[in-house]
Design a protein around this ligand. Structure first.
Ligand code: IVH
Length: 685
């Protein structure tokens, strides 16, 4: 293809994707792919400047506003930012700035790059007069009514020293928790869920009916100013942001001023680490020359300032193809379809598999074998297929068919009414379920058998050395030594770990058995109820067996009387102990020496019946510890606030849950008050 044709083809694609993104709020490809197209075009145009036309997407990013909103002309254009995709490009930027300013070290304001949509707010005499989207940068849409529904946007500024006319700019975002709840609602109501929080934010802000927007969990952070009339602002960007905060506008707390390239790189690393813990998406960090006089000296190029750059994080979404769809069998027989992918680098690692969750999910997303899909990997979470690029579906793409028999053991597959999951009915006859059950039994929070990793479990089952969890305790040095990766040291360690694991607690033991829907909390409640209280004269072994017998004989009613156990879980427990082979395995375990100390009389649960919600970052306590301590006191920890919530515990940077608590008159505790409560109640047990 000649260059001219190539350039035109790229423009054509970019225009189309612009339209999908800006006009329809329904992007078809991930940002990283879009960035690559744009870069390719920019590079070609740099090599062949004679091909540049005013209508090229490099000259005008964005597209026409939707019908229905009034158009707003931005007196000062809303520019975008140049990107740096690695430290070298960042160094280039810093070098250019230093050379132009003829200085050795530049001071930068460093901010997160929030992944939402840009917004302009016009305040006149401190009163919010107009909110507008960025649109194509020179004109956007009037979304004043919608903006007014966002709690974090003040309708009046605080104080008196603000300019007569002040245009504040920032980003409207949707935090993760709100996004999750919104999508749950979308699906429940039969609507299409949003692809990611940014699209949800954009879609929500551009609703013609402000009542709809008002129900969407939107938030705003400010990152700069546009128009300023009749008033003075500080002479540094960082100080301007502080001033905005004084006037009641929301500015991200973690903004810093850093010195030179090294300062920038440090900040980038810090934010990269903090990223997964943030309650909203950021896709990089932004560095801005802090001194306004230096910004003015640097000026602008076509669509971006010379004084700022966005250092982007590695993309969390990428395109790849589905080579095949396999079915994995889990511990409880649940069948999970897994997409085998053309390897793709996303979220900092190479991904070859992505979960498709269940059959309904595949239908909903309409994934075929052979499809081009968007995969997402954020933080430590399992990579998932976000959506299909239908336009790229090849002719020979095949739909997925759920097998009617278990791919591992050939047993029938059943899918209960109302359940999304299909299950293999093979139980422990199914080798896949057996392996998973053994892995779970050995895991850290269960029997904690160090050195018994997944690969070894698979080997032991494949070689017929272990058929059930009780067989683990018959493994000896002779059997283990010489297995793959089992040298003398690791063999000895494993045998010692097996021995040590025999001294456990009833709660861990019950959790380790892998009874359906019996997690740690339920196991603890069961242990409290069925732990021996009358054990006089019994050996450790017999007392342990007596505990189990009492639990095995418990009626549905007795089980349901335990906090947290409803009819379904009670049914699972009764079913488990009703199976002779399960009782046999337990007997074998106890005969092999597994035991637990005498359970103290059921401990008091001073916070029983109470429900707490945690929001924001706790500084002294880890979130998991806070949760465990509340649960140990008998309280429930919920993820969303309702009128029944006993109290909300608000750490630093609390999310929308705090606002909701206030709205519902639910008491709010600071971390300090919360720790005091824990200590006070823990005295009672
Ligand atoms: S400054 C003149 N700061 O990124 C500079 N933008 O690619 C204009 N964004 O449209 C933008 N976080 O929507 C700036 N801390 C931040 C930002 C930020 C996110 C967005 C903004 C803008 C786009 C530029």
């Amino acid at each position: 293809m000649n260059v001219e044709k190539h350039v035109e083809a790229l423009r054509e694609q970019i225009r189309y994707h612009n339209y999908r993104y800006y006009v329809l709020d329904d992007p078809q490809i991930p940002d990283a792919e879009y960035d690559r197209l744009l870069r390719e075009l920019q590079e070609l145009e740099e090599e062949h400047p004679e091909l540049i036309t005013p209508a090229s997407p490099t000259q005008r990013v964005g597209d026409k506003p939707l019908d229905g909103f009034a158009e707003v002309h931005h007196e000062i254009p809303m520019l975008s930012l140049d990107n740096a995709f690695d430290d070298e490009e960042l160094a280039e930027f810093d070098r250019r700035v230093r050379e132009r300013l003829e200085i050795d070290v530049v001071e930068y304001a460093a901010e997160p790059k929030l992944d939402g949509l840009a917004i302009s707010l016009l305040y006149e005499n401190g009163i919010l007069r107009r909110g507008a989207t960025r649109g194509d940068g020179s004109s956007g849409e009037d979304v004043t009514q919608n903006v007014r529904t966002i709690q974090s946007i003040p309708l009046h500024l605080i104080g008196t020293d603000f300019p007569e006319r002040l245009e504040v700019r920032g980003e409207v975002i949707m935090p993760h928790e709100g996004f999750r709840l919104l999508n749950e609602r979308q699906v429940a109501e039969g609507n299409k869920p949003f692809v990611n929080p940014r699209n949800a934010a954009a879609g929500s802000l551009r609703q013609l009916d402000p009542k709809v927007t008002a129900q969407r969990p939107l938030e705003m952070f400010c990152y700069g100013v546009g128009l300023v009339e009749n008033g003075e602002l500080p002479d540094r960007h960082s100080a301007i942001l502080e001033r905005l905060r004084d006037w009641g506008l929301r500015v991200y707390r973690g903004i810093a001023t850093v010195r030179g390239l090294n300062g920038c790189i440090d900040y980038y690393k810090r934010m990269q680490q903090a990223r997964d813990a943030l309650p909203f998406d950021i896709d990089g960090v932004v560095f801005k020359v802090d001194r306004i006089d230096q910004q003015q000296a640097l000026g602008f190029v076509a669509r971006a300032p010379r004084w700022a750059i966005a250092r982007k994080f590695p993309a969390q979404e990428e395109l790849t193809t589905v080579l095949d769809i396999d079915v994995q069998v889990g511990r409880t027989g649940a069948l999970t379809p897994v997409a085998r992918l053309e390897p793709v680098f996303v979220g900092g690692v190479t991904v070859t598999n992505a979960t498709l969750h269940n059959e309904d999910e595949i239908r909903r997303k309409d994934v075929h074998i052979g499809d081009t899909v968007i995969v997402r990997r954020a933080g430590d979470v399992i990579p998932e297929v976000v959506s299909v690029v239908k336009e790229r579906r090849p002719k020979d793409a095949r739909p997925f068919v759920m097998p009617s028999r278990c791919p591992v053991c050939g047993s029938d597959i059943e899918r209960m009414e109302g359940e999304a999951v299909a299950r293999c009915t093979g139980g422990l006859f199914c080798e896949a379920q057996r392996k998973e059950a053994i892995k779970h039994f050995a895991s850290r929070r269960a029997m904690d058998i160090e050195g018994l990793g997944d690969k070894l479990v698979e080997q032991l089952v494949d070689e017929g050395l272990v058929n059930d969890v009780a067989d683990l305790y018959h493994l000896d040095i002779e059997t283990l030594y010489g297995l793959e990766r089992m040298g003398i040291k690791s063999t000895e360690n494993l045998v010692a770990a097996l021995e040590a694991s025999k001294q456990t607690t009833l709660e861990r033991f019950l959790f380790a058995l892998g009874i359906r829907e019996v997690g740690e909390v339920t196991a603890r409640a069961l242990a409290r109820t069925f732990g021996a209280s009358s054990a006089k004269g019994l050996s450790d072994h017999d007392r342990a067996q007596a505990d189990i017998d009492r639990l095995a004989k418990a009626t549905q009613e007795e089980l349901e009387a335990i906090p947290d156990i409803g009819p379904v879980v009670a049914g699972h427990i009764a079913h488990f102990f009703g199976q002779a082979h399960n009782r046999d395995v337990i007997k074998k375990l106890l005969d092999a020496g597994v035991t637990w100390p005498l359970q103290e009389a059921a401990a008091a649960q001073p916070l029983q019946g109470k429900t707490y919600v945690l929001t924001g970052t706790l500084e002294k306590l880890k979130r998991n510890d806070a949760k465990a301590r509340l649960q140990a006191l008998g309280a429930k920890v919920a993820s969303s606030v309702s009128a029944k919530t006993s109290a909300v515990i608000a750490g630093k940077k609390p999310g929308s849950k705090l606002a909701k608590a206030k709205r519902l008159n639910v008491p709010v505790l600071s971390e300090k008050e919360f720790i005091k409560l824990l200590e006070q109640e823990e005295q009672k047990i």
